[in-house]
Write a protein that binds this ligand. Structure first.
Ligand SMILES: *[C@@H]1O[C@H](CO)[C@@H](O)[C@H](O)[C@H]1NC(C)=O
Ligand SMILES: *[C@@H]1O[C@H](CO)[C@@H](O)[C@H](O)[C@H]1NC(C)=O
Ligand SMILES: *[C@@H]1O[C@H](CO)[C@@H](O)[C@H](O)[C@H]1NC(C)=O
Ligand SMILES: *[C@@H]1O[C@H](CO)[C@@H](O)[C@H](O)[C@H]1NC(C)=O
Ligand SMILES: *[C@@H]1O[C@H](CO)[C@@H](O)[C@H](O)[C@H]1NC(C)=O
Ligand SMILES: *[C@@H]1O[C@H](CO)[C@@H](O)[C@H](O)[C@H]1NC(C)=O
Ligand SMILES: *[C@@H]1O[C@H](CO)[C@@H](O)[C@H](O)[C@H]1NC(C)=O
Ligand SMILES: *[C@@H]1O[C@H](CO)[C@@H](O)[C@H](O)[C@H]1NC(C)=O
Ligand SMILES: *[C@@H]1O[C@H](CO)[C@@H](O)[C@H](O)[C@H]1NC(C)=O
Ligand SMILES: *[C@@H]1O[C@H](CO)[C@@H](O)[C@H](O)[C@H]1NC(C)=O
Ligand SMILES: *[C@@H]1O[C@H](CO)[C@@H](O)[C@H](O)[C@H]1NC(C)=O
Length: 494
């Protein structure tokens, strides 16, 4: 799997506006004050201090809330069916900006970062960078400065010390784009078309992840399958399949979703939240999500049938509107960024580009995980819209998160199965990829009949989703069925 993302904050000079209170004192150019202030914080937070796992997890929760809040404010629909963002990257950008913010603006930024209850926020966040080098994540940051623009030395030093953001002069748009391409391993070319003349400062950061599943999928098992975009439409996608995949799977009655965690080789894991058919949707689970809570409750790994779509998606979006809805609108009108420069500045754009690629990884190694005991056959089939997060196992910080409602937006949508037509377009990955020998015979036809008995929300398509709980036992089958599979009239308003 590969994920990468680039985030850019533009800052520019404010020209000739007089109707707003002048931010900062006009002649504060006494950098000594600020350095002393910074040193105070440094003394209580630094001292060669190593932050505890609890502190890292508290930070992880703060980053998660930031990410979920942004996700809730980003439009999602037929034109923009998928969203990919990096809460971590956004936290870095806003935190760096807050180093140069004063008064209300600083308070606002720290509030949006959920940093108020976290003393030493900047230091803990900064300490994640070296920590994350033990995962497959690369973080790169740069501060592009227009020649002649006077920036406060304390801002430059703090940015470098906390977030390893080095100052470089703006030379050309080509040079910026080349850097972006370099740090994203070629995944994000031509990021900017131009750099407007009034831009004096650009804060950029990039996050790149390339991880290998702990258990890879066998490319030979990958075949076409249906993904149910909504109750009416489906698209054909390449489905990676494994009849025996070790997975931590939970059916969460409160989220009304299946929750699964796929481990990567390097201290990270991939969380998927898949709403149950006919029960809410991927947007409605967001306000209830709590990653650390889910990780605490996920059971031990069990072997099961897994179907996961191969996806390769790109996402580009201006975040100004979403950040404004999150209460950060004043960044774009009259912020107090007097810690960056004496000149009044405002943020003029927050641009964001990201890609995600899910694949078998890697091709030469087939799925050879040896699994000996198979006590029950469960199924986790990701064939309808889902939420995902790439999670750092130590801090539980979501490095990336997103929503996929259509993994193949360029493919033509098809109408879901017509109940009056007995053509076999339904999604039955279990049926076509299970071979008898894979299955502990005692349970085989139970599993099948159970899967077949699920019906889609409208009652029109035969199998919106096939669901098995992880705790199946023979005695529970019937109830499990009723709980996890929607009844035909579930989605009909009373
Ligand atoms: C903003 O902060 C500066 C110091 O950085 C201070 O001198 C000034 O009075 C503050 N302005 C307001 C409106 O609080
Ligand atoms: C998740 O729940 C725990 C308590 O169970 C809470 O401490 C934590 O702040 C919550 N995290 C988020 C991101 O809401
Ligand atoms: C990274 O892992 C190495 C061992 O592989 C360990 O010695 C080091 O402390 C880790 N670094 C961080 C920042 O966690
Ligand atoms: C991009 O990478 C190439 C090759 O490693 C290097 O020569 C070039 O200086 C880099 N460009 C930027 C802008 O980082
Ligand atoms: C995972 O983290 C541990 C310690 O935090 C480290 O020793 C190990 O090398 C890391 N694994 C990888 C693959 O980097
Ligand atoms: C999700 O469900 C809510 C109501 O529960 C609805 O308002 C919203 O439009 C739905 N979103 C999607 C993407 O279907
Ligand atoms: C049934 O489906 C087939 C192909 O999927 C289609 O050609 C045929 O017209 C459909 N028949 C009806 C009655 O919808
Ligand atoms: C369903 O299939 C049977 C046999 O394949 C065929 O005779 C019948 O006409 C089909 N029904 C519909 C509605 O297509
Ligand atoms: C499958 O189910 C049938 C009856 O439904 C039963 O007779 C048969 O023994 C079952 N087979 C297995 C392998 O459990
Ligand atoms: C489950 O559904 C079956 C029929 O599908 C029904 O006979 C049974 O009473 C239901 N059980 C519960 C607990 O709703
Ligand atoms: C669903 O159907 C059952 C009986 O078929 C009926 O009693 C119930 O009211 C229906 N529920 C809704 C929400 O339509």
């Amino acid at each position: 799997m590969k994920l990468c993302l680039l985030l850019l904050l533009f800052c520019l000079c404010r020209l000739g506006l007089t109707d707003e209170p002048s931010p900062g004192a006009p002649d504060v150019s006494d950098p000594v004050d600020e350095e002393e202030e910074a040193e105070d914080t440094d003394r209580s937070c630094r001292g060669g201090r190593v932050f505890s796992p609890e502190e890292h997890q508290a930070l992880g929760g703060a980053i998660e809330r930031l990410g979920l809040q942004l996700l809730e404010n980003l439009p999602i629909g037929p034109q923009q069916p998928n969203v990919i963002l990096s809460p971590l990257s956004l936290a870095f950008a806003l935190a760096q900006l807050s180093l140069g913010a004063r008064n209300e603006t600083e308070k606002l930024l720290l509030k949006s970062l959920n940093a108020n209850s976290l003393p030493c926020y900047h230091h803990i966040l900064g300490s994640l960078v070296p920590h994350l080098s033990n995962t497959s994540l690369d973080v790169a940051a740069r501060m592009y400065l227009r020649r002649g623009f006077e920036v406060r030395q304390s801002f430059v030093e703090d940015s470098l010390a906390r977030y390893q953001s080095r100052p470089v002069p703006i030379v050309s748009v080509e040079e910026v784009n080349q850097w972006v391409e370099n740090v994203t391993n070629g995944h994000i070319p031509n990021f900017l078309e131009s750099i407007p003349h009034d831009v004096v400062l650009m804060l950029m950061n990039a996050v790149y992840f390339k991880g290998e599943w702990q258990t890879q999928f066998d490319p030979l098992e990958t075949s076409k399958g249906l993904f149910y975009v909504d109750t009416q439409n489906s698209v054909s996608v390449d489905m990676m399949k494994s009849a025996k995949y070790p997975l931590r799977l939970l059916v969460d009655p409160e989220l009304e979703a299946q929750v699964a965690s796929f481990p990567f080789k390097a201290n990270t894991s991939f969380l998927i939240v898949l709403p149950l058919p006919g029960k809410g949707n991927v947007s409605s689970v967001l306000p209830k999500l709590n990653i650390s809570d889910l990780y605490r409750r996920l059971p031990q790994e069990k072997t099961m049938q897994v179907n996961l779509p191969k996806v390769k998606l790109q996402y580009r979006h201006e975040l100004q509107e979403a950040l404004t809805s999150m209460g950060l609108g004043s960044l774009f009108s009259g912020p107090d960024l007097s810690g960056i420069s004496d000149q009044p500045l405002k943020v003029t754009g927050v641009r964001h580009a990201s890609t995600v690629e899910l694949s078998e990884e890697g091709v030469e190694a087939s799925a050879t995980t040896v699994v000996t005991s198979m006590r029950s056959i469960s199924l986790f089939s990701v064939n309808s819209p889902f939420f995902f997060a790439l999670v750092d196992d130590a801090s539980l910080a979501p490095l990336f998160m997103g929503i996929v409602t259509n993994p193949a937006p360029n493919n033509d949508a098809m109408l879901n199965d017509d109940p009056h037509n007995n053509s076999t377009m339904s999604d039955q990955p279990v049926m076509d990829s299970f071979s008898e020998r894979d299955i502990n015979s005692k349970h085989s036809n139970r599993s099948r009949s159970k899967i077949q008995s699920c019906s889609a929300p409208t009652g029109h398509n035969k199998h919106l989703q096939s669901v098995n709980g992880p705790e199946d036992s023979n005695g529970l089958k019937t109830t499990q069925e009723n709980k996890t599979c929607s009844k035909p009239n579930d989605s009909v308003p009373a």
